[in-house]
Design a protein around this ligand. Structure first.
Ligand SMILES: *[C@@H]1O[C@H](CO)[C@@H](O)[C@H](O)[C@H]1NC(C)=O
Ligand SMILES: *[C@@H]1O[C@H](CO)[C@@H](O)[C@H](O)[C@H]1NC(C)=O
Ligand SMILES: *[C@@H]1O[C@H](CO)[C@@H](O)[C@H](O)[C@H]1NC(C)=O
Length: 464
């Protein structure tokens, strides 16, 4: 197995528990006046997306923005988990949408009860979105209410570690059993990588759980999780840093391609061969590689190398958005047909756009790290395209075909649009003092976790 976790219950003593310092509601001091109108536009989009959900799918997981009814095909089906509410709370809080935030919190208080659900849910989504959402709310507010919710959500994940320490990928909160075999089970090896951030922060704040991640291998797909583990340790967990550097090396060796037209891409590896196809979901690698470039310390040529690679990947993903004419890129896209066709969806690709965040996530990180105006310009173009092509009657909608967006709405407003896409866009047009990157680490569902106050890492606890 690739990554292990030691799990001990009722363990105390090793960690220096972080105290949460509540952030001011709405964080009003962080307005960057030069782009206030753009920031306000993103807030207005959040308001519109939330309103549609609140009026037509309240308490359900996600909205069918075309029909104005709940969408029962989301990852949590038609169970009343309120995924969009939980996923959105921190975004509402950060944007200062008090009334909406309080309505959401009241629903959680009165109606949310995960343990009532007799169904198998993907552990990854439960960990990053539900537990991750509550953990982040605790970090932002310091309220015990959210800590308790987070703790319960993390507890409900525990069955995935039984009977062996190879985690299962699905869990039933009511029956308290795990299972494997979701459509994502081919990613099983990677499963626990994404959850180590949630589990370690939960351990830090609850004093009842103790999850200590053991370093994973330098696996290319784990690079972002190794990076975030290192960053959250305030850059003191040397093992996580080494694993990150190793995973980036591996990624560069096996996944990196350069098209004839000069575009750098991260290809999919299939049967040990590199395909000339990049997924939308890899597009956040640009920002994360730039963010991780400091892992090379004073080896300046390596720092510069990774920063450049991050910028090159951002440029590639941006090209892909440009080449649709409408400014929204497809789920997957290919290289090397002809230079002018580079970075377009072709045979075998998905031409859809599911309101995904990864491209604007990369713009956000690169803006923070380089202050190059073009990243804000590129992000603003996305805002315009979203409003032109994805905004429909009851909310925002994904597209089945980005090359013909007018008649191809999928009618789905995934909760990730509110928790990630709109949050990163808002941060792109905010002052750097709003969730500064040396104090906060965003999980894979866009929820910010605080950097550990005093890193508890002790190397003897990491031996396998
Ligand atoms: C960012 O916020 C800080 C502190 O509130 C302030 O001093 C600074 O002028 C702000 N910068 C911009 C660009 O608004
Ligand atoms: C989802 O389920 C709810 C309640 O069961 C129903 O009102 C709604 O129409 C369903 N949505 C779709 C798209 O069928
Ligand atoms: C992280 O470490 C730096 C010194 O390297 C320190 O100044 C900073 O306060 C630490 N951050 C936290 C949250 O403890």
């Amino acid at each position: 197995m690739l990554l292990q976790l030691i799990l001990l219950l009722n363990y105390c003593g090793l960690y220096v528990f972080a105290e949460s310092e509540p952030l001011q509601f709405g964080l009003g001091d962080h307005i960057d006046w030069g782009v206030k109108d753009k920031r306000d536009k993103v807030k207005e989009m959040m308001y519109f997306a939330w309103k549609g959900y609140a009026q037509h799918a309240w308490g359900f997981n996600e909205l069918r923005s075309d029909l104005g009814v709940p969408n029962n095909n989301s990852v949590f089906g038609n169970n009343h988990i309120g995924l969009t509410i939980i996923d959105s709370l921190d975004t509402l809080y950060i944007m200062g949408m008090r009334e909406e935030f309080l309505k959401g919190k009241t629903w959680v208080s009165d109606h949310y009860d995960l343990a009532q659900n007799d169904a198998f849910f993907p552990a990854y989504e439960l960990g990053t979105r539900i537990a991750g959402g509550f953990l982040s709310m605790y970090a932002l507010t310091g309220e015990d209410f959210f800590r308790t919710k987070a703790e319960l959500a993390v507890q409900s994940l525990l069955p995935i570690f039984q009977p062996s320490d190879i985690p299962l990928d699905r869990v039933n909160p009511k029956q308290r059993i795990g299972a494997s075999g979701s459509p994502l089970s081919d990613l099983k090896d990677l499963y626990i990588g994404p959850l180590q951030l949630e589990l370690s922060y939960a351990s830090e704040i609850t004093e009842k759980l103790d999850f200590r991640p053991i370093e994973g291998p330098g696996n290319e797909y784990l690079f972002k999780f190794n990076l975030k583990a290192w960053l959250r340790s305030n850059k003191t967990n040397e093992n996580a840093r080494k694993m990150y550097v190793k995973s980036v090396d591996k990624m560069r060796k096996v996944m990196l391609g350069l098209s004839f037209g000069g575009l750098t891409y991260l290809g999919r590896v299939s049967n040990k061969r590199l395909q000339r196809r990049m997924m939308h979901s890899y597009c956040n690698a640009g920002g994360l590689l730039a963010l991780g470039s400091v892992s090379h310390g004073n080896e300046n040529h390596l720092v510069a190398r990774d920063l450049q690679l991050g910028k090159d990947l951002a440029k590639t993903c941006r090209k892909r958005y440009q080449r649709t004419w409408y400014g929204i890129g497809p789920e997957s896209f290919q290289f090397d047909s002809t230079p002018t066709e580079d970075a377009k969806a072709r045979t075998g690709d998905s031409t859809a756009y599911r309101l995904r965040p990864e491209v604007v996530e990369t713009y956000f990180y690169l803006w923070r790290l380089t202050k190059d105006q073009k990243y804000r310009d590129w992000g603003w173009r996305v805002v315009q395209s979203l409003n032109e092509k994805c905004r429909i009657k009851y909310g925002f909608s994904g597209l089945e075909n980005v090359y013909e967006p007018d008649n191809n709405k999928d009618g789905q407003q995934g909760s990730h649009f509110l928790s990630e896409t709109l949050k990163y866009l808002y941060l792109l047009f905010s002052n750097d003092t709003l969730l500064p990157l040396d104090k906060w680490v965003f999980n894979e569902a866009g929820h910010p976790f605080p950097v550990m106050k005093k890193a508890p890492w002790r190397h003897d606890h990491f031996s396998t």
